[in-house]
Write a protein that binds this ligand. Sequence first.
Ligand code: HEM
Length: 126
Amino acid sequence: MAKVITLEEFQAHNTRDSLYVLVHEKVYDVTKFIDEHPGGDEVILTEAGKDATDAFEDVGHSDEARELLPGMLIGELDKDGLLKLKSPKPAPIPVVHDAVEKGSNMMYFLPLGLLGAYFAWRLYGA
Ligand code: HEM
């Protein structure tokens, strides 16, 4: 059975001295391969600690490239780790959202208030 790797363990290998990448839920040790990668080392290093599946697929890697993967396989990322990596970005912080909304209400009522004050002054003041 394939080894199950935790998110902590996966993310600990994030330098060129020891580098793991995650592609299609599997963890690969690309430390030795990184210098030979035809796409260069930087692109792989940027994917350290993240889910590199989209980056890997967007490039349209050949069958030859895919055949290299099993030789570098370490195991699978555990379910918890997958969930954490795949969870969508947190929603905007409500406090900030409220402040923005209050701000835009002010923008609306302030000119109206000033207009009202002006007419009141014209009518009763002068
Ligand atoms: C993890 C395992 C990976 C393996 C075994 C691998 C292997 C290869 C191979 C063999 C090629 C030559 C072209 C081909 O056969 O498709 C290639 C090209 C390329 N790879 Fe990867 N790659 C990996 C990960 C990545 C990642 C995570 C990225 C991130 C974007 C990436 C970006 C690229 C790019 C941009 C090229 C194109 C180079 C060019 O055509 O000039 N690769 N890769």
